[in-house]
Design a protein around this ligand. Sequence first.
Ligand code: UD1
Ligand code: UDP
Length: 360
Amino acid sequence: PHAVVVAGARPNFIKVKPVLDALAADGVRTTLVHTGQHYDDAMSGVFFADLGLRPPDHHLEAGSGSHAVQTAAVMTAFEPLLGRLAPDVVVVVGDVNSTLACALVAAKANIRVAHVEAGLRSGDRTMPEEINRIVTDRLSDLLFAPSPEGVDHLLAEGARPETVHLVGNVMVDTLLACRERARARSTLADLGLQAGEYGLVTLHRPGNVDDPAVLDGLLAALGKVATRCRLVFPVHPRTASRLAGRLPDGVRPLGPLGYLDCVALQMAARLVLTDSGGVQEESTALGVPCLTLRENTERPITVTEGTNRVVGCSPAAVVAAAFEWLDEPPPPRCPALWDGKAGERISSVLVRSLDGRSRG
Ligand code: UD1
Ligand code: UDP
């Protein structure tokens, strides 16, 4: 069998690695397609190096643009390539525009679509990712959910039960595989940080950083938190263009980090403040207290069975929650099936279903 595996943006590279490895171990031929949604070395190249990800077999060079422009650029470049490759399945991960674009092209080419990280729902359709999740899941023939509530959402939306598989979390597979390499790095020393005495901030959701009033409120809150715990803030390119040097005292900006440096900073942080999906999951898997600066999460298991708390974006609520958790951090705990074997489970389901098809 032949699987085309698609990656386009920072979190995708981290998610495809365990899937590619497991498929290779099971004797499945894979073709890795990079859509080019993210292209800076700090948003793409460094992840290939840090993860030992093989170079993409094809690069679509879609680049940045509005949602329609970017999605269309991926689709237009992917369609003829897919026609030439004629794989048995296209594997897409996560919820970015590249995920939706390639799922849509494959579905219309009558090629099976497998979605890794299926069934996540924030219930908030103002998030572009929520639209991408809903449509990608609807188009997919194989739905790989990281946690039980993902299965519930898919079944409630009418997915056929035999297409839905609870497999665990591929982001956590990569985290566990890289944890010791991250721990061995000199990241903290290089930045003059001590374990347990700083907080880590990441912010890039359009709802938080594109509206100056919301961003200013969050920055003011971070400034207050920094009076009790200094903060480091690796800045996403979307956010960089909005910050314009407005960071409060005690909040130190960094460029976007490579994966191993980011994990090294997360695992030794006293507190994480984020609007990232992946960082909510990683902090739970690492047992590090996490405050999610959003009104909702598509990853509620990090709250019910992890170390995450969804605090919203009101500055007073952020500061109050941060002070509370600096005084009394939540106990570490980690969801079942977040055990480093999600990629293997995905591969075994894929192999079974592709074998069944070629026989049948
Ligand atoms: C995208 C995803 C988001 C994901 C995030 C991960 C969508 C709709 N959004 O958001 O779900 O959480 O990636 O990081 O797919 N830019 C650069 N260099 C790059 C890439 C982007 O400078 O290598 C800048 C460009 O100005 C671009 C902007 O960042 O316009 C936004 O990039 P884009 O991929 O459209 O969305 P993200 O905010 O990165
Ligand atoms: N990450 C990173 N460098 C950074 C910020 C995040 O390597 O400067 C990693 C983070 O550890 C996680 C992933 O990128 O593995 C999350 O990606 P991001 O927050 O961009 O996207 P999301 O998960 O919100 O879609």
